[in-house]
Design a protein around this ligand. Sequence first.
Ligand code: ME8
Length: 519
Amino acid sequence: MAKPYYITTAIHYPNGRPHIGHAYEMIAADAVARFQRQAGRDVRFQTGTDEHGLKMVQTARDRNIPVRTLADEMSGYFRVMADGLDIGYDRFIRTVEPAHYAASQTIWKAMEASGDLYLDRYEGWYSVRDEAFYEEKELQPGEGDVKLSPQGTPVEWTSEETWFFRLSKYQQPLLDHYAANPDFIRPESRRNEIMRFVEGGLSDLSVSRTSFDWGVPVPDSTGHVMYVWVDALTNYISGAGYPTDETAFSKWWPADLHLIGKDIVRFHAVYWPAFLMSAGLPLPHQIFGHGFVLNRGEKMSKSTGNIVDPMDLARTYGVDSLRYFLLRDISFGQDGSYSEEAIVTRANADLSNSFGNLAQRTLAFIAKNCGGELPGEGRSEAVDADLLTTVGSAIESYRGEFEKLALSQATEAWMRGVFACNQYIDAQAPWALRKNDPARMQAVLRTLVLAIRDLAIAILPVIPRSADKLLDQLGITARGHAALGDHTWYDAARGAGFRIAPPSPIFPRLTIAETEDSP
Ligand code: ME8
């Protein structure tokens, strides 16, 4: 049995409804999880919501509702979105769960037992929007007296008694870990950014708050709740059985991959490993900081009113068009832009006109002209084997890129296989062979079915719903990588008398939806 594989997304703040950035992260993680399942690995995929902290308190206050009511309502939207986008998570964790409280208190006590926690007075800058402390030297001037964090969010001066974590003690151990594990932080640009930050020196971190009570209580310290990031990061282990279910925890931990956005790499690559070292727990294998999805190149914000509900896009253009677009058009690790035009253009070019058209032409032709029967071997020519070799190597490079999380290059490689098939079908023109050379027609159709089936299996992680439908139309039950390139199923299905029914198109051609302000 292959090694188990544990992947997580960040847990999202449910202080508002989910946006396309959240959808993007879930889709990318889901595609990786599906890919690893296809490779035969026992996969655990965790996502969820991060429900404590001052931001939640303030949003609830603005809406005049209890924080827990806000958390329950908004967390629900995240789960509904995950389900709507076919995110196949194994665990949706909420940080308000009692078992998560207990786990957070256990890791706290372990850090305390290592002598890494002490009580002192914190005075410094805090950004509620980022739920982060910043040093004076990191700030930039904003309008008037306002100071801004490196993320461009306003900071406010705070002063209170808090528990501190001896982060400074972990500067060298962290640098040693980065040096010994070059793949710990990806992509390279983020790794460099974090190394520079840690080399610059680490101050101890304030890890509790006394000015509000919406959080996990610090053990034996009345009036203190944990800094939201302490309990938030702990979700990765509390959701995998820590500390009560040793069997589950030792199976899944350390995680293979924490997939998160570029703005929170510091928390995952500096604070989290330091907490784990302090608690005597192993570190995750990799932290990947993906880029931001921008609306026509602009940051989404409530004030510019350009926040689009990802579920609206999925309803209008189809879940798989959205998934395919995000993974194909944005180079994974970099920022990327989206617009409805871009989604429609990409989905039409690759899915509808290329892959969809290829499958539709082939299956409809067999249904109509061969009574749906899978064609026999007929008279093969060298070009047939050549096509299958080209498709096989396109899929191989797709898999290689996927392994490296180069998701856009992966889908690009897959498209090379699709293009080769389209060239082949045009050149071989089976419709012209029907009367004069039926044996040749059979060989051509058989080759196409073999190629389409492998392309559909390969692309399952990206467009699970449509690829599944296509495989069902072909009567194929195999879904894993082990089936790729294995053509023995074909004669078995033929022998069993399987027939292709007239197919309904799987990738309809899209047009841009009319909006109220369209001309
Ligand atoms: O940071 N494009 O939650 P969050 C792509 N609760 N990704 C984006 C994005 C965008 N426009 N905007 C946000 C938090 N993200 C914490 C995490 S983990 C222990 C705690 C990403 O709801 C962001 O980078 O603000 C992060 O990975 C995730 O969405 C959740 O962001």
